[in-house]
Write a protein that binds this ligand. Sequence first.
Ligand code: ATP
Ligand code: MG
Length: 337
Amino acid sequence: MLVLGIESSCDECSAAVVEDGKRILSNRIATQIDIHKPYDGVVPEIASRTHTEWIKDVVEGAVSDSGAALTDIDGIAVTNRPGLIGSLMVGLSYAKGLAFASDIPFTGVDHILAHMYAAQLEYDIEYPFIGLIVSGGHTIISVVNDFDNIEVLGTTIDDACGEAYDKVAKYYGFGYPGGLIIDKLAQKGDADAFSFPDPSLHKGEHRYDVSYSGLKTAVINQLDQFHNAGYEKTPENIAASFQKAAIEMLAKRLFKAVGDTGITKIVAGGGVAANSYLRSLLSEKNNLNVYFPSMLLCTDNAAMVAGIGYHYLMRGDRAGLDLNAGSRVAGFKKNYP
Ligand SMILES: Nc1ncnc2c1ncn2[C@@H]1O[C@H](COP(=O)(O)OP(=O)(O)OP(=O)(O)O)[C@@H](O)[C@H]1O
Ligand SMILES: [Mg+2]
């Protein structure tokens, strides 16, 4: 089955053709990073307008890159939540129009579940596993039972991990988007220059939760109480110390989830899954099987949408033209072992 995926939830305008939920035939990703750079963040109105201008070429380009014709496409999968509502509406409306005009079945896809599926495009990973979503808007540790069934163990109680990277970078003028820039700076810095504390949340219903708001504020203020004497306050040292705190907080909760559930497989997804320290910290654990999508599939892309969409379409899910866009995730249960 050939599925055309369409993704426009934030500032990437993407379309892809994927065969049987696995084989990527094309994956066009038109990023708006340069357009939003002057503002150090995504401007929603500009993002949706740009999607409107780009979507037709991106979708037609993805179909043409795949070597297939539109008449060969068996189904369309489109991100309809969560994200910027105006941006989502562009991809969703385009998908509806195309589905209606070409008489192709279509389905809506949750962007977070699509991030969780991304690694499945490259590896055969049996369920269940511990899932880690770390992106610009979400931080979720879960038990993943199936492509559409995740039990949330922990989330951020305030800022998302990627958001903290972006805000720290914005404050220090490192550039946009901040994650990759901080990751690169950190590799030349000393992570012991500052000791940013892990928020003490490890109790009761918060035992798998993380918090980035306090860390972000501490890094921005970098009060002398966090600074270790003998180190210079260089951008590299700030980046390395922030990265150590941000990533080790996640790793600690993940290792706790592994211990409590007995599940030793971890699958990551989302933009921060591209982080070099996260990748090395998890991969060095010999008792775990850890899967990261390749870099291109960590950040927003339509291949992951087409990939998971295949499973919905195969079981007969069909959306109607009344399908709506939604800004928030829906229907994830919080559950503890
Ligand atoms: N190497 C890296 N290290 C840390 N963070 C990174 C790295 N590369 C990208 N990021 C971060 O990943 C985020 C973008 O990821 P993604 O595209 O998945 O987020 P989003 O789509 O905006 O949010 P969501 O998926 O929650 O809707 C940004 O916050 C960016 O700074
Ligand atoms: Mg995303």
